[in-house]
Design a protein around this ligand. Structure first.
Ligand code: GLN
Length: 370
């Protein structure tokens, strides 16, 4: 069913809204968020009744609450421990947030609890580099393939020498960080940090404990960077790139921040809360394509098959999924499965996405013949 512009608020509420001068443009059923939506508004407290509280709002809030209640007590998975500081994070923390492209915010649980963004930062460094050098050069210098292996590769480790594959595996991510235009390490770091903050709509900060912990144990990533350098695939000093990359992974975000960041991508590159344009709208589909193919590492195929949304996970326990034109769904829960993806976060996002027919490979409900 498509949305209409007729209001379905109860008359008293509608009259109150009119008296407040609030324009109400709604009429979606709870399971259809396409099309018309309330006019853009600033973020409001999630629990407080809002002036423009529509049935669509109630449906989203209910979906978020239901997913939280359903998975709150799920005990599967284990915190990442190869970065010692991550093993210490409370495994019970669980937050969910949805932000729509017209700036509505819905949360449940520990949605404002900060955790390290980890690999989700790779999306935004790629966005920055795409803005600077364009998607074509990214494709040439880094690659945009899930694995880079030919269809009949016999041995998975026979990867093309030095080819970083894509910006979300560590090799490609460190190479992408090395492509950010900067005169020195500090400028590189500050540019990435400030860009991440613009996506979140607030200044973000380094979680120093996570950074120190990873910096003391990231020899493997240093090795990757030096190896890439030997293949001419590193575009600044390899140890500088690894250090800035480690810092970008240690930036603190909440599930709500991630949802705002994802909603900026869902909104074609303009932050729906601050209205700042952060990348060209024509570059967003390329970014989302890489997320679809590589955002869940070696579970990307399963995620695309079962949920069908561009998404990115991080070993801090965060995941953000983007529903182009509509919303982003983000969740945080530290225990990870074997592929390094948060168990509760992915289940919660999948449930919410299904409720709203968000799969990008599915035809809209209105065009389905039952
Ligand atoms: N900083 C982490 C690393 O390089 C990021 C990994 C992740 O979030 N998947 O290992």
């Amino acid at each position: 069913m498509r949305c209409t512009t007729k209001t379905f608020l109860r008359p008293a509420l509608a009259a109150m809204a009119m008296a407040l001068g609030v324009s109400i443009v709604a009429g979606c059923t709870g399971s259809d968020l396409n099309g018309a939506a309330p006019a853009a508004q600033s973020e409001q407290p999630v629990t407080a009744p809002r002036r423009q509280y529509t049935r669509e709002d109630a449906a989203i809030q209910r979906a978020v609450d239901d997913a939280h209640a359903k998975y709150r007590d799920l005990k599967e998975g284990k915190n990442a421990d190869y970065i010692p500081a991550l093993a210490k994070v409370d495994s019970n923390l669980f937050g969910i947030a949805v932000v729509t492209t017209d700036g509505r915010v819905f949360t449940a649980g520990d949605a404002t609890q900060e955790f390290s963004v980890q690999s989700i930062s790779k999306v935004f460094t790629l966005a920055l580099v795409m803005s600077e050098i364009g998607p074509q050069t990214v494709s040439e210098k880094i690659g945009v393939e899930p694995t880079g292996l030919p269809f009949n590769s016999v041995l998975a480790i026979e990867i093309e020498p030095g080819r970083p594959s894509n910006s979300f595996v560590n090799a490609g991510a460190i190479a992408t960080t090395s492509l950010v235009e900067a005169r020195d390490a500090n400028e590189r770091w500050q540019r990435i940090l400030s860009y991440l903050g613009k996506f979140a709509g607030r200044d973000l900060k380094l979680i120093d404990e996570v950074y120190q912990s990873e910096a003391a144990t990231n020899q493997h990533n240093q090795g990757i960077a030096v190896l890439l350098k030997s293949y001419d695939r590193m575009y600044c000093d390899p140890l500088e790139a690894t250090d800035v990359y480690t810092k970008q992974c240690s930036v603190g975000v909440s599930a709500k921040d991630l949802a705002v960041m994802g909603a900026t991508l869902a909104n074609g590159g303009e932050n729906p809360l601050t209205h700042e344009r952060l990348m060209k709208s024509q570059d967003v589909p390329e970014l989302l394509a890489v997320m679809t193919m590589a955002g869940f590492y070696d579970e990307s195929g399963k995620w695309a098959y079962e949920v069908g949304l561009p998404a990115k996970t991080g070993v801090g326990g965060g995941i953000v999924a983007v529903v182009p034109g509509r919303m982003a769904i983000a969740a945080f829960s530290p225990p990870l499965n074997k592929a390094g993806n948060s168990v509760r976060a992915q289940k919660a996002i999948a449930d919410i996405a299904r409720k709203f027919n968000a799969n990008i490979f599915a035809a809209p409900i209105s065009s389905q013949a039952n």
